[in-house]
Design a protein around this ligand. Sequence first.
Ligand code: NAD
Ligand code: TYD
Length: 339
Amino acid sequence: MTILVTGGAGFIGSNFVYYMLSKHPDDKILCVDKLTYAGNLETLDDAMKNDNFRFFKTDICDREGIYSIFKDEKPDIVVNFAAESHVDRSIDNPEIFLQTNILGTQVLMDACRKYGITRFHQVSTDEVYGDLPLDRPDLFFTEETPIHTSSPYSSSKAGADLLVLAYHRTYGLPVTISRCSNNYGPYHFPEKLIPLMIANALNDKPLPVYGKGENVRDWLYVEDHCKAIDLIIRNGKVGEVYNVGGHNEMKNIDIVKLICRKLGKPESLITYVTDRKGHDLRYAIDPAKIHNELGWEPETKFADGINKTIDWYLTHRQWWENIISGEYQSYYEKMYGNR
Ligand code: NAD
Ligand code: TYD
């Protein structure tokens, strides 16, 4: 089987590439990635040594480029991770989010219709459901929760989800969608909460917590997400949405304090900064459907996952130091300079 993975030079996509190459050594994995600021070819160094892996530097919005890959390689399954993924950047400049996340998804699905595939899987997010109040711990997102987005990022992901479902209903395209909670683990770009706090703490820099740090996220170790997607593309029902979540809700401030403790750094590094505009309060997934239908459950406990993650950032310092020494500097200054 040939599986085309888009966005495979990013955080979750690269973890998925490695997971699939080791779990299904007979499958061929093709990776399409534009290599934006978030894509890193170094991350795929080991994959490049595998004969069952091929990399294409292509924008998913480039119709001609995408069609030619489909024509030559005839993928059976497409898993679409490619996206602009950072909420703060979407607040600063929404346009590229609409282009890549919505129009790019359309180009991929048009290619799927033209050349034929057995499955198009869209990697979506729990953020399409908006947020939940902090004082109602009894509420969770189910697949029936209405779409109700807050940021340009989540709106673009919701737009793509609706288009994916429309391509299924209108053209009969065999699609599935997964909506996952916040991931953490190796190769996470240091603009997101956990890797940013680890990198800053290791460099004894301030740890910028938005608002009071009371917002809640439901953290899932990235490998568990990869396992869920693998199950959905093999056994999931066409036309269906599956929520994927870690049953692991934590306040941001507790995560940041935990990172300080683990790294032996003082909590005095914590700096409260102006809140994110439209900041979602709480995300919490009810993963009953994927558990009951496909037998999936999160396997890595947060206590173990965060230790593995911190160890990875300690042993791969060059990987993230390379990132934060480049154009990231001006991003950081713009995002945090006057906050
Ligand atoms: P990321 O930003 O780390 O990686 C995105 C990858 O997509 C990069 O390699 C980038 O170069 C590539 N890309 C961007 N625009 C492209 C384009 N036009 N054409 C081809 N490639 C392009 O993101 P991530 O955190 O790995 O997220 C992957 C997917 O999972 C996204 O669709 C995101 O919405 C979704 N998701 C992420 C999380 C999370 O916690 N990170 C949770 C749920 C869902
Ligand atoms: P993030 O990793 O950007 O993921 P998302 O917003 O998609 O959930 O942020 C996770 C939480 O951490 C979110 O509530 C915003 C907060 N946050 C900070 O407090 N400081 C930071 O520097 C960052 C990047 C995020």
